[in-house]
Design a protein around this ligand. Sequence first.
Ligand code: APR
Length: 314
Amino acid sequence: MSKKISLIGAGQIGGTLAHLIGLKELVDEVVMFDVASGIAKGKALDIAQSSSVDGFNIKLSGTDNYEDIKNSDVIIITAGVPRKPGMTRDDLLGINLKIIKEVADGIKANSPKSFIICITNPLDIIVMALQKYSGLEPNKIVGMAGILDTSRFRYFLSQELKVPVKEIESLVLGGHGDTMVPMPNYTKINGKPLSEMIENKKLELIIERTRKGGAEIIKLLEKGSAFYAPAASGIEMAESYIKNLKKMLPCAAYLNGEYGVKNLYAGVPVIIGKDGVEKIIEIDLSSQEKEQFNLSIKAVKDLYEVAKNIDKNL
Ligand code: APR
């Protein structure tokens, strides 16, 4: 059966997502939706023309009409405003909450059975708001953050240790913000524990750089935020769902008692397969990791309170 992905937001990440989906021939059809319909249509046409060179065969279109997202298998949301230098992800809250309400309504009315991946920041709160506004099943709505944060941690480690990233397994948990929790105890280099390969001081610096990984790129770009690695991370989640790969991936998932957290989205390892988030994996945390994870959860909860003050319906 033919498969379809709709991208809500055709900006930097949306465009990169569409291009990657094409190059991988992940599905048969991609619909790019954006309030700026010219951007969605122009990018869809540009990427479609690149298929003549790269030899991929998928249907691409751009639109500002929510009816065109009907019957999507996956929807990836990047609609919103990205951070500018000096802005935190939280500064984006008010404006992106309004946008996500519109997006939730559009999806609910037109494609309520899709697997929905949210990338818009501040991630944990926006994905939570998306679930509340749409009322759709929490196991079909996830946030992309952990794979991106882990990719940054693995990359910095690979540079320091001079080993290919492929040989590094790792995990970053918690909220997608400065309190995120890189997990050295769950990091292995070619199967060997990280602690045997790196001095503590160097590791601390890498953890700090990972936590500020998004801001480092914003500062360099000056306009806009990271988009290649966020798009690649979103694709890994979509692929695991579409191909039923049942990969274990760190994602912002709805917690209902797991890790001692209730009614909140936060980054934990989950299994993604044909039913969406099929399982939340509860790994053992050391007392220090638990403390850091709880601090990160508190930051997410505090921001959720701010969101509730902006919109009482949350
Ligand atoms: N509906 C649909 N699209 C919208 C809406 C809306 N209500 N409001 C804005 N958009 C579109 C913009 O027109 C723009 O094309 O969302 C797109 C966002 O693209 P960029 O500004 O290029 O942002 P991008 O870098 O792709 O990041 C998007 O992901 O990582 C997060 O912090 C980032 O929240 C930001 C989001």
